[in-house]
Each structure stands twice: as structure tokens, then as C-alpha cells.
Design a protein around this ligand. Structure first.
Ligand code: GTR
Length: 394
């Protein structure tokens, strides 16, 4: 009898814990008071005020923390890279754009991996053209189509004078816990496997964006200094970490990137560190799991991420009904993070409004934000408002 009641007690306790884990918080009144690590206080207790101290002391500290505790490493070295054009798919826009289907082959230690990127270059106007790269992760189109205009508005971008490219994340690392290593991780960087801060899926996808940038840099029709990196949701998180690693991107846009991207983890609103690590244990460094249900123990928070990209431009956007991604936490992440732009780099980058008072896009110098009505998605409305920001900067 006693044994049975102990079992019932244990059972109730475990199911309560499971329920507690699964029930996201959507009440602002239950968000803990925010006590965030200070962006400008160095590990040795020095207040960082100058660009020199920022770049030589505090930025490297924060970078290393994100690398070791959140995202994992992105290895930079390889032996060779080759670009070959394929011709497999009909160009959906033959009147207005050239299509390049590029196989990029990267070799290291006698092994190689080939990834694919598709690039559209305007036929009218005079190059070199500014370029927008979208990291895609949606299921492949069954009819072999290259473009879904509702997610990647190629025609519009071309007509506005941009070249635009996209690659699928799975061209370098599958988006699955069981198989994510079956791409560049096991082929090119096997020594990363098992390290608590080793290369994981986000790092691999970011590495791929860098290889596309290598292609842009040697392309006479592409102005790689005017490059824009775009990601939505999981690839929005990826885009931010990529630009923190690679200074070649002029503008970085993370749409609805939420937990582990734009949003402050300590708010625990919508998706939490525990929830994301449980469902996607292969996206982040293994070390990130140490903070499951212990966000307060993180030595950083996501408001420190935009500063790693500064003074290059950063743009976030949210959707009102996308509560899982915590729109307010995303806005706070950028408005607090933009202090590096204003206080270190002297940009006009102070977000003056409270989240609740926002009535339209906020486009400042090198940082911008908008929130639209509706659900989790990258829509034409997002692109349209973001492009207004881009056209002011490039
Ligand atoms: C969700 C995940 C989010 C976000 C999203 C997406 O299931 O919880 O963090 O990344 O997927 O990528 O669409």
C-alpha cells in the first residue's frame, strides 16, 4: 500500500513536471523582473566606453561566451574551394534575370563536400549589384521549383535592382537530430563532434552562408560590400550568429527569430531555453543545455548579440500573434542591444518607445525594427518594410 502510494506520488510529480515544461507562459505579469548582465562591464570589472576597449576587450569576451555557451564554434579553415555552374532547372525569370545554379565544393584534409546555391542577377541596370542572401529551411518544393515568391520575392528584388541568392540549410547539415552531422560536420570537421562547444547545425548553416559570400566576393557582377543576410525563425537565429562571426555582411535581418535569436532568454515568455533544447538538441552547442530552466545562470543574454554585429546594420521584425517567439522580448533584445551602436559607435540608434507604444516601423541609423499583425511567417509585408530600411542604407 505504502509502495503503491509512493508510486502514485512519483507519477504525479513527474507528470506535473512534464506539464510545467510544456505549458508556455504568455502572461506579462508572470515574466520575471529582468536582471541582465551588463553589456559594458568587462569580466575584469572595467567599464567599457571607447571603441578601442569595446573591440579589444568586451566584444571578444561576449563573442566567446556566445560561442561556448550558446551556439558553438564555426570553424573558418579549409584547404580549397571551387565554384562550378550547373544547369538543371529552368530559369523562372528569363526576361529579367540571369540564373546561376552554383555548386560550391569545399575540401579539407582530403575530403570534400559540395553545396548548392541559386543566384539571380538582374539583366537590366549596371552591375555590380547589391545582393540579398536568404537562408532557406522550408521543405523542398516537390515540383523542383527554385522559388516560392511568397517567402522569397525574387521578382520584386530583381526589379528593385538587387541580385538575390538562396541556399537550403540542408545542403550542408540536415535539420534533424539523428542526421544533422551527415554533411560538413562529419565530412570536413569531424574533430568538432562531441565537444561541448563544437560545431552544430546553426554553425554549419552559417558556415554555408560564408562560403556563398566567398562566391560573391569573386563575382564581377556582385557588390559584396553591399550584402544583406536574411533568415526567418531558425535561420534568423543562424543569420545573427553568422554575422557575429563574419564581418563581410553589411546588413543582417532576423525575422521572428525568437528564443536563441532576438528574444531575451530570461523573460521565459513563449519558447524557453529548455523547450528549444529539448525539441532541437542539435541546433545549439551542448553547453546551452546547462541553462535549461536556469536562464538566470547564463553569463550573457540575447541583448548582447546585436553588439557583436555593430556597427554593421541589424534589423529585427516580429508578428503580433507569434507569441511563441516573444515579440516584446525581441524588441527589447534589439533596443537594449542597440546601445553598442549609439554609445560606442555614435549612431543615432536609440529606441525611444516602449514596445506597447509602437505604432509603426522604427528605422534608425543602422538598426531597425517592425512588428506586423498576423502569424509566424516571412511575408511580403515583412520584405517591403525591411527593404525601405535597406534602401536607405545601401
Ligand atoms: C519552432 C521553434 C522556433 C523556431 C521555429 C522555426 O518550432 O520552436 O525556435 O525556430 O520552429 O524555425 O520555424
Amino acid at each position: 500500500m505504502i509502495i503503491r502510494s509512493v508510486w502514485i506520488w512519483i507519477f504525479t510529480l513527474t507528470s506535473l513536471t512534464a506539464m510545467a515544461q510544456q505549458e508556455p507562459n504568455y502572461e506579462e505579469s508572470k515574466v520575471p523582473a529582468l536582471v541582465l548582465p551588463d553589456i559594458f562591464l568587462s569580466e575584469k570589472g572595467k567599464w567599457i566606453r571607447s571603441q578601442e576597449d569595446w573591440e579589444s576587450i568586451r566584444r571578444p569576451e561576449i563573442f566567446r561566451l556566445f560561442e561556448s555557451e550558446v551556439y558553438g564554434q564555426i570553424p573558418k579553415e579549409f584547404d580549397s574551394i571551387e565554384f562550378d555552374l550547373a544547369q538543371e532547372t529552368p530559369n523562372p525569370y528569363p526576361e529579367i534575370a540571369e540564373l546561376e545554379e552554383v555548386n560550391i565544393t569545399i575540401s579539407r584534409n582530403g575530403k570534400s563536400h559540395t553545396m548548392r546555391v541559386n543566384l539571380f542577377i538582374p539583366k537590366s541596370g549596371k552591375g555590380p549589384f547589391p545582393v540579398i542572401l536568404l537562408i532557406n529551411y522550408l521543405p523542398k518544393y516537390p515540383d523542383g521549383k527554385l522559388v516560392d515568391e511568397s517567402f522569397w520575392p525574387v521578382k520584386e528584388l530583381i526589379q528593385r535592382g538587387f541580385a538575390t541568392a538562396s541556399f537550403h540549410a540542408e545542403t550542408v547539415a540536415p535539420d534533424k537530430a539523428e542526421t544533422y552531422q551527415n554533411g560538413i560536420i562529419s565530412t570536413l570537421y569531424p574533430e568538432q563532434i562531441g565537444k561541448p562547444d563544437g560545431l552544430k547545425a546553426f554553425g554549419a548553416w552559417g558556415w554555408a552562408a560564408m562560403r556563398v559570400m566567398d562566391y560573391f566576393e569573386q563575382h564581377p557582377q556582385i557588390d559584396s560590400k553591399k550584402s544583406v543576410l536574411v533568415g526567418h525563425s531558425r535561420t534568423g537565429k543562424t543569420a545573427l550568429w553568422t554575422s557575429a562571426n563574419d564581418p563581410r555582411w553589411a546588413i543582417t535581418y532576423a525575422n521572428e527569430s525568437g528564443c536563441g535569436g532576438a528574444a531575451i532568454s530570461r523573460r521565459k515568455y513563449g519558447e524557453t531555453v529548455e523547450a528549444i533544447n529539448r525539441r532541437f538538441p542539435y541546433w545549439f552547442a551542448d553547453n546551452f543545455r546547462k541553462y535549461n530552466e536556469r536562464e538566470e545562470a547564463l553569463p550573457l543574454d540575447q541583448h548582447m548579440l546585436p553588439g557583436l554585429i555593430a556597427p554593421r546594420a541589424v534589423y529585427y521584425s516580429s508578428a503580433r500573434e507569434d507569441r511563441w517567439a516573444d515579440p516584446k522580448g525581441e524588441y527589447l533584445g534589439l533596443s537594449l542591444g542597440s546601445r553598442v551602436f549609439s554609445e560606442i559607435y555614435g549612431k543615432k540608434a536609440v529606441f525611444e518607445q516602449e514596445f506597447e507604444a509602437l505604432s509603426g516601423p522604427v528605422h534608425l541609423e543602422s538598426v531597425g525594427y517592425h512588428i506586423r499583425e498576423g502569424k509566424h511567417d516571412l511575408t511580403w509585408e515583412d520584405w517591403r518594410i525591411f527593404l525601405e530600411f535597406v534602401e536607405k542604407i545601401l
